[in-house]
Design a protein around this ligand. Structure first.
Ligand code: GPQ
Length: 820
């Protein structure tokens, strides 16, 4: 083992963090780091100064964590993800360090309100949806359960677009989270690597005497430079690193060209490099399919692996023990090319033989699959892959030969072999990234039990047959710090007062709340907090949209990406049906309801954008119809992001988790709602199944077809027209929409959307509609019986501790990574 470069130098003493010391530090940062006189400082300057002061407290723990991993030779976990949907970090860091009150007091002594400046922090949206948010929750949880871990991703200059509604249509605007600087990050110019593209592959040395090897000579090269963000675990126990790569050119400007008058050409290379890490693809569960995307994938995979190997070699001088000290988790197939890149680095650069490299790679990698939707599985046309990554193409073929040989030895038939192959030969030849990730990993996990079972039966059936020990389930989790303690401080305080502090370190202990579910005094306080959170949400809606909500109405919330399989459409059609009923039976004792929606649609996903417009069209008519007397309101809150979720989740009574069974791999929003005391209305899909098992079937409202029934129904030949004909409610609602009741300015606007339901209905809205509407009326019934409702909401909170990301991470650590 080589020695660390710096030994026995004393560490700076940890800083004191009582309010006066913190206040002095904040003023010092403001003055000397930001260069502002406190008397003229603006709120944003106070925010930056506060973050810098907090960041300094983080650094002590950060260095301790790094040193102890090194000294104790712990295995390191590397989480490779093209997305980290982190949101704001200040409250998270302050709260995990246990400095919330001190910071509040320090700022108050300076005449600054913590809550006001916290709102100004940019919401880092380097992700699309659940997959990216999971990566962020995992980063926090890995630090909390003391796993030495690094997250690797891309430092996009523009994260997920900002959504505005223009006349009810989604408009996309660039998001500029770095505009005011990012005080959290540390640029690391010294951690820079070259990443190549294109070019040729040469063989050097002699094939016969064993010195022969391949050398890739890229035609194009860029530099990847690291930016580090510290991620603080609960109680500041450990601080891990989120390392995001930014691309820059080797030559920022070609001076010869510039001097010769070619000003644009002189900067072409620079622009090309910087384009690489400019924007996040807004594609969620459907592949972007463009060359730039493959370049992004390879760029961050290669830089990360070079960094991992450098760190390992610096400590151990040898790569033969790599898999003992390194676990690399692939977050979906986006970094799957890392499998080929690691083999290349080990063989071509570090001169291991191919078989050894291949085994080491497989022992290092684990792959998490996040969807079964066939159209979502990534694959790249061979000509593109070969042109951009010629050496990796050879490696893919070499690996494929091994895999196909194993399949033949196991007597697989030709059809099975075709499905296992890394090359899809069914049309234009393509590299299948899912198969590459699978064969290059010792563990392949699904994100809920149901999703894992279906993986074995569907997409990976033949690979599972060939490698039966690899697929395993790791049900997703969420960090209870952000999703309870921070977003719902009043509920957090009540729980603490009621059952003590143990749940703060072990969320499963929330179960101690169960016995208070029928205690009227407790329930009254629990429900008062929910009401207060609903008031806060109402205030946000009033501020942003000028719509007034009644906080005593049932707040029914569906927030997530807009996708046909998630069936926001079924929800809004049900609203239309309910509207119809309220008008035709005005004297029934309707439960007042507010249906809240939020979510972004991929800019190229026209059906999803049509659904957003439909929701807004329906909202305008219903909200303005005096006959409804406020019994039903529809609200679409624009620009859904992590910060908005932190207000909407605590303010919800009902959580809509209504995907077509078999299509939502897990869901994680469902867990956040349950934890914050909302009831779920949902199908038996993804983690909803496990939520039912945890909270008990009497505390959740389940409806509709099971995944198996969906499959059977499809196989039998599903005919939506006859289903619609047999449902009066659904027929009328669909007719109202297609006849232009909600779009008087353009009566045929929603005709295509409705026609797709009538003619194909791939997501089986019609088949589940009556069951859904009936389930909604069951919800009304329970909501009207306040003691029954409240007892159920308490039990949802009490039994959601299992969905802590700490539990999930412990499972990954012991069963996949063998770390920690
Ligand atoms: N998910 Cl493939 C995404 O958010 N984006 C994606 O590209 C893919 C999956 C989601 C998935 O739809 C949810 O069911 C999961 O809960 C989430 O990943 C995290 O596993």
């Amino acid at each position: 083992m080589s020695q660390p470069q710096t030994v026995d130098l004393p560490l700076a003493p940890p800083r004191r963090s009582d309010a006066p010391v913190l206040a002095a530090d904040i003023v010092e940062r403001l003055t000397y780091r930001i260069g502002k006189d406190p008397r003229v400082a603006e709120r944003h300057d106070w925010l930056s100064a506060t973050i810098l002061a907090i960041r300094d407290r983080v650094i002590d723990h950060w260095m301790d964590s790094t040193r102890s991993t090194y000294e104790q030779e712990h295995k390191r976990v590397y989480y490779l993800s093209l997305e980290f949907l982190i949101g704001r970090l200040m409250r998270d860091a302050v709260s995990n360090l246990g400095l919330l009150e001190e910071t509040r007091d320090a700022l108050a002594s300076l005449g600054v309100d913590l809550d006001v400046i916290a709102e100004l922090e940019a919401d880092a949206a380097l992700g699309n949806g659940g997959l990216g948010r999971l990566a962020a929750c995992f980063m926090e949880a890995m630090a909390s359960v003391d796993i030495p871990a690094y997250g690797y991703g891309i430092r996009y200059v523009n994260g997920l677009f900002r959504q505005e509604l223009h006349d009810g249509w989604q408009a996309e605007l660039p998001e500029t989270w770095l505009a005011d600087g990012n005080p959290w990050e540390f640029p690391r110019r010294e951690s820079s690597y070259e990443v190549g593209f294109g070019g040729t592959v040469d063989t050097v040395g002699s094939e016969t005497d064993g010195t022969g090897r391949c050398v890739w000579r890229p035609g194009e090269r860029v530099i990847a430079t690291a930016f580090d963000t510290p991620i603080v675990g609960w109680r500041g126990k450990r601080v891990n690193t989120l390392r995001l790569w930014s691309a820059r050119p080797i030559d920022p400007i070609l001076l010869d060209a510039f001097n010769a008058g070619d000003h644009i050409g002189a900067l072409a290379e620079s622009n090309r490099a910087e384009t690489l890490t400019r924007v996040l693809y807004p594609a969620d569960a459907n592949p972007a399919g463009q060359e730039l995307r493959l370049r992004q994938e390879f760029f961050f995979s290669s830089a990360s692996l070079q960094d991992i190997l450098r760190r390992h070699l610096q400590q151990y001088d040898s790569l033969t023990n790599l898999a003992d000290k390194v676990a690399i988790q692939l977050n979906d197939t986006h970094p799957a090319v890392a499998v080929a890149e690691l083999v290349r680095l080990l063989t071509d650069v570090h001169r291991l033989d191919f078989a050894a490299s291949w085994h080491i790679a497989r022992d290092c990698f684990g792959y998490t699959n996040h969807t079964l939707l066939p159209e979502a599985l990534e694959s790249w046309p061979i000509p593109l892959f070969e042109r951009l990554l010629p050496r990796h193409m050879q490696i893919v073929y070499a690996v494929n030969a091994i895999v196909l040989r194993e399949a033949r030895a196991a007597h697989f038939d030709e059809a099975s072999i075709r499905s296992i192959s890394l090359i899809d030969e069914s049309g234009e030849r393509r590299v299948r990234m899912g198969n590459l990730a699978f064969v290059g990993s010792h563990s392949i996990n699904g994100v809920s039990q149901l999703h894992t079972d279906l993986m074995k039966e569907t997409v990976f059936a033949n690979l599972h047959r060939l490698y039966p020990d690899r697929i395993n389930a790791k049900t997703n989790g969420i960090t209870p710090r952000r999703w309870l303690m921070q977003c719902n401080p009043d509920l957090f305080a009540l729980v603490r007062e009621t059952i003590g502090d143990a749940f703060m370190d072990d969320a499963a202990k929330l179960v101690d709340l169960d016995r208070f579910a029928d205690d009227p005094a407790f329930v009254e306080r629990f429900s008062a907090i929910k009401r207060e959170n609903k008031v806060k949400l109402s205030n946000l809606v009033a501020r942003r949209l000028g719509i007034r909500l009644d906080p005593d109405a049932l707040f029914d919330v569906q927030i997530k990406r807009i996708h046909e399989y998630k069936r926001q459409m079924m929800n809004i059609v049900e609203a239309v049906a309910l509207y119809d009923q309220i008008r035709s039976q005005p004297d029934r004792d309707w439960v007042p309801r507010v249906k809240l929606f939020a979510g972004k649609a991929a800019p190229s996903y026209l059906a999803a954008k049509g659904i957003i417009k439909l929701i807004n069209d329906v909202a305008r008519v219903i909200n303005n119809d005096p006959a409804v007397r406020g019994l039903l309101k529809i609200v679409f809150v624009p620009n859904y992001n992590v910060s908005l979720a932190e207000v909407m989740v605590p303010g919800a009574d009902l959580s809509e988790q209504i995907s077509t069974a078999g299509m939502e791999a897990s869901g994680t929003g469902n867990m956040k709602f349950a934890l914050n005391g909302a009831l779920t209305i949902g199908t038996l899909d993804g983690a909803n199944v496990e939520i039912r098992d945890q909270v008990g079937r009497e505390n959740i409202v389940i409806f509709g077809m099971t995944a198996e029934e969906v499959g059977t129904r499809r196989a039998e030949g599903y005919d939506p027209a006859s289903v619609i004909e047999n449902s009066r409610e659904l027929s009328q609602a669909l007719m109202a929409i297609e006849s232009g009741v909600f779009s008087p300015d353009d009566r045929t606007r929603h005709a295509d959307l409705i026609r797709s339901v009538r003619e194909r209905d791939w997501f089986m809205l019609a088949a589940d509609f009556d069951a859904y509407a009936a389930a909604q009326r069951r919800v009304d019934g329970i909501f009207a019986d306040k003691p029954a409702w409240h007892a159920k909401t308490v039990r949802n909170t009490a039994h959601s501790g299992w969905f802590s990301a700490d539990r999930t991470i412990r499972e990954y650590a012991s069963e996949i990574w063998r770390a920690g």
